[in-house]
Design a protein around this ligand. Structure first.
Ligand code: UN1
Length: 511
């Protein structure tokens, strides 16, 4: 067992299906429960991509203990040295990009050009965070007293727990793990049960780059039996979750009880506004990419398109015509535009919103059906679906669906559009198509969301800018760039008095 590396787990199953064990303290360890689960291809469920451990509380405890011990050594490794490992991992990820992206399409379903983008996002994050090893700036500032020096330095927190989603199975773990380790923390990660392989691939690159044992530990399994104990564990100092608003509420409440740092990236209902003066070709192109890219399974997905009345009909007709032409299928086929839903439950949710929309009186302009003939029968495929003439009060215009279902709403102008855009419980991403610079700047100010795009859809955030949202999208933290460094460190203020006498702050006031 000890001779295995992250990339070559011993096969416990017959045939070619790999069985991954948990990765704890640099060793491959079977779960304490003795149970496993299958990672199946959502485009063809006959294919078992790999088998993973169905872990429990004891496994979490073992991983946290390993991380706790590793922290005592890792925090003392100079940050530039820690960052060199991350830099080397970036180079390895770049070399392995095609292999890891294909693995990701097989386990997650999204089309290969998008999984290449997901792997690239992890590479970008690695290069950025490797640079942070030589920055991690803090303020030095004058003291109010003579012969006294004052500064603030960043300290790591200790053991950090990460709970990651299936829709960006390498990028999002990288957003969390890489800043955490560059800052000197150690980690226990629970990847989504639908897509653990991509986390193993990411960590494999880090281990091959020289990451010491215990710095990152992987415990696979389900929310209640792994995510719960990780969030409750008294030795875990920070929890970072990307997931649904419902799970975020539970994790936030649980983490607060032991005063953990807690970063929540949750749901979205992202609006794209198209004004009469917009470049319609561009807006249609953007709305298709934002709405149906990743099968609509991004928290940044363009799920509402709010179109000014002067161009509404033309936009709707052309958008729907294009949506009908999107090619649906197995993401390994380079010509496919839209892959499957991640699993049966998600597909059912997506289809249930078709009924909800119809019942509410929205007009179904295209799609709405499951595809289950021929090769489609083995996967979770659905037609790209567009509702038009949607009212902003309707559930399909308010609730996060996380599937290929787009609602188009008419509006009178920018003011009306912004009111509709802001009138939901979420505030992640937003977008405006216009050629009028005054309107663009007004929207940048008035759209209440963590991200605003002008003349681009709501997806496509870059890793060095803050990522996160307002209201029920999160709890005020930001991932990406400096926001991540802020989350994975805490400040220590340091005062050095070299006057050789007692100097009392606020009391002694030298001339
Ligand atoms: C997510 O949907 O959870 O901005 C993350 C984007 C991607 C990340 C999405 N870079 O669309």
């Amino acid at each position: 067992m000890a001779t295995e590396t992250v990339g070559t787990p011993a096969s416990l199953a017959s045939g070619n299906t790999k069985v991954y064990r948990n990765f704890i303290d640099g060793e491959w360890v079977e779960s304490s429960t003795g149970e496993t689960f299958e990672d199946r291809n959502p485009a063809d469920t006959r294919e078992v991509v790999a088998i993973f451990q169905k872990s429990g509380k004891d496994d979490v405890n073992a991983a946290v203990e390993a991380a706790r011990l590793a922290f005592e050594r890792w925090r003392l490794v100079p940050a530039p040295r820690r960052a060199e490992i991350v830099f080397l991992a970036a180079e390895m990820l770049a070399e392995r990009k095609e292999e890891y992206s294909r693995d990701m399409t097989r386990e997650m379903g999204k089309v290969i050009k998008e999984t290449r983008g997901d792997t690239q996002e992890a590479i970008d994050t690695a290069y950025y965070m490797a640079g942070e090893g030589r920055r991690m700036f803090g303020p030095t500032t004058p003291s109010e007293l003579p012969n006294k020096f004052a500064m603030a330095v960043r300290h790591p927190l200790g053991v950090c727990g990460m709970i990651t989603p299936w829709n960006f199975p390498m990028a999002i773990p990288s957003w969390k793990l890489l800043p955490a380790i560059v800052c000197g923390n150690t980690c226990v990660i629970k990847p989504a049960q639908d897509t653990p392989l991509s986390t193993f691939n990411l960590v494999r690159a880090l281990v091959d780059a020289g990451l010491p044992k215990g710095v990152i530990n992987i415990v696979t399994g389900f929310g209640a039996s792994v995510g719960g104990p990780l969030t409750e564990h008294p030795e875990v100092r920070a929890i970072s979750l990307t997931g649904s608003t419902a799970v975020g509420r539970t994790v936030g409440v649980t983490a607060a009880k032991s005063f953990k740092h807690c970063s929540l990236e949750l749901g979205g209902k992202n609006p794209m506004i198209v004004l009469d003066d917009a470049n319609l070709d561009l807006a249609i192109e953007g709305g298709l990419w934002g709405g149906f890219g990743t099968t609509g399974q991004r928290c940044t997905a363009t799920s509402r398109i709010i179109v000014q009345k002067g161009v509404y009909r033309e936009f709707v007709d052309r958008y729907v015509a294009r949506a009908k032409k999107l090619k649906i299928g197995n993401g390994l086929d380079e010509t496919v535009d839209v892959g499957p839903a991640i699993n049966e439950a998600q597909l059912k949710t997506d289809l249930s919103y078709v009924d909800i929309g119809r019942d509410e009186g929205a007009k179904l302009a295209c799609g709405g059906n499951r595809l289950d003939k021929g090769d489609y029968q083995y996967g979770f495929f659905m037609e790209p679906t567009v509702f038009i003439d949607v009212d902003s009060k309707m559930r399909i215009a308010q609730e996060e669906i996380f599937g290929p279902v787009v609602s188009i709403l008419p509006c009178d102008g920018l003011e009306d559009a912004i009111e509709i855009a802001n009138g939901v419980e979420y505030g992640l991403s937003s977008s405006l198509y216009t050629r009028d610079v005054n309107k663009a700047f007004a929207a940048m100010r008035d759209l209440y969301a963590g991200i605003t795009y002008i003349n681009a859809p709501t997806i496509g955030a870059e890793v060095h800018l803050p990522f996160g949202g307002t209201k029920a999208t999160g709890n005020g933290h930001r991932e990406g760039g400096i926001g991540a460094i802020d989350f994975y460190t805490e400040w220590k203020s340091v005062y050095i008095d070299y006057s050789d006498k007692l100097q009392r702050a606020q009391i002694d006031r030298p001339e």
